[in-house]
Design a protein around this ligand. Structure first.
Ligand SMILES: CC(C)(COP(=O)(O)OP(=O)(O)OC[C@H]1O[C@@H](n2cnc3c(N)ncnc32)[C@H](O)[C@@H]1OP(=O)(O)O)[C@@H](O)C(=O)NCCC(=O)NCCS
Length: 150
């Protein structure tokens, strides 16, 4: 199993994972923007036997990183793969003290028990609930991992 930066060749597979894993998946146009144009965006994919089985999508702005998506296909879940993606993401953060990432933030659906557990186990803490954050009216939990305070 390897984790590497996504290339445009991964677009179709990531798009399929996207559609099968999220309640409100990005449409193709949006995902393509994330792949090709968003200068802040990074996508790592995890591969098993040359097949992409999951990915993490995040961006870094100044001293803060934001996870926008993390997904693992159902057959590979509960094997620590999303946890590995979170750790690999942190390894990509700039090492220069002037650019150091101090916090990682994210929003997660209040009903997404598996994801909330994943994040809590990796050191993310609930900061606030954002009411009616999603298009369908569901609340989000805004969670933060503080990297410099540990
Ligand atoms: C959330 C998700 C990424 C977790 O991926 P995963 O590879 O199964 O996660 P891990 O195996 O690294 O799990 C780490 C911890 O999270 C918790 N966890 C993960 N899935 C869980 C589940 N279904 N029920 C309860 N706890 C769960 C556990 O504490 C687990 O540790 P443990 O196995 O030692 O008990 C995966 O379920 C998924 O792709 N879901 C659909 C997309 C999504 O909702 N993404 C998150 C919002 S962006």
């Amino acid at each position: 199993m390897i984790i590497r930066e996504a290339t445009l060749n991964d677009f179709q597979t990531v798009n399929e994972i996207e559609k099968s894993c999220f309640v409100e998946p990005y449409n193709e146009e949006h995902l393509l923007y994330e792949f090709k144009e968003n200068p802040l965006n990074k996508i790592l994919v995890v591969e098993d036997d040359n097949n992409v089985i999951g990915f993490i999508n995040f961006m870094i702005t100044f001293n803060s990183a934001t996870i926008t998506q993390v997904a693992v296909i159902p057959e590979y879940r509960k094997k620590g793969i999303a946890t590995k993606l979170l750790k690999e993401m942190e390894k990509t953060f700039p090492k220069d003290i002037d650019d150091v990432v101090e916090n990682i933030t994210l929003e997660v659906r209040k009903s997404n028990f598996a994801a909330i557990k994943l994040y809590e186990k990796d050191g993310y803490e609930l900061v606030v609930e954002k009411k009616h954050y999603y298009k369908d009216g569901e609340d989000a939990l805004y969670m933060v991992k503080r990297l410099l305070c540990r």
